[in-house]
Design a protein around this ligand. Sequence first.
Ligand SMILES: *Cc1c(COP(=O)(O)O)cnc(C)c1O
Length: 225
Amino acid sequence: MEIEENIKEFQNYLSNKNCKLIAVSKTKPVGDLLKAYQAGQRDFGENKVQELRDKQPELPPDIRWHMIGHLQSNKVKYIAPYVHLIHSVDSLKLLMEINKQAIKNDRIIPCLLQLHIAEEESKFGFDENELKEMLDSMDFMNLLNIKIIGLMGMATFTENEQQIRKEFRSLKKTFEFFKNHYSLPNADWKEISMGMSGDYQIAIEEGSTMIRVGSSIFGERIYHT
Ligand SMILES: *Cc1c(COP(=O)(O)O)cnc(C)c1O
């Protein structure tokens, strides 16, 4: 029962907020996803293409699949037919490949641009100047089968609330800047994907419209290596 109850609690918590729950189901078996589905959850996030490909055919077709992890260009083709939103776009090269595969599938694929907001070196993402440069480029203008619907970011993994809050606030600020200055045919600035199990409350206070929550719904992940 636990997973259902966790979903219900999140539904309740979010009912008076302008924020969607993406249930991050990486490493979890399809049975666990079905439990969440039966509790009404429709948005699921995975961080690996192979895992998404394995799970998608096993589960109901009305699930909205979110790609939240680092995506390699050569794997875009596998998820292009059905992916609902790609949160982790971190290069023009990747975006061009998504556009190409979207054309092949006769659709427009919604994307978020991942911004590097954490102090840690390891996280993927653009910085603000790189984003501007890309959005100003002709290459970007020509991509008509993608739609940028907002930004995504991951805060530093730390206990320091002020640090996390500062990073989320900077993402929101950058979002507002692009929303106000970059009205483009292939962009519709409306979503800020930020907040995970450890920091979603702060993220919502700072303006998140999508939280990506895994372990608080499905329990801790066990990685077999
Ligand atoms: C795993 C993951 C999450 C969810 O993490 P939890 O701490 O389990 O909630 C969110 N976003 C991304 C990009 C992830 O890879």
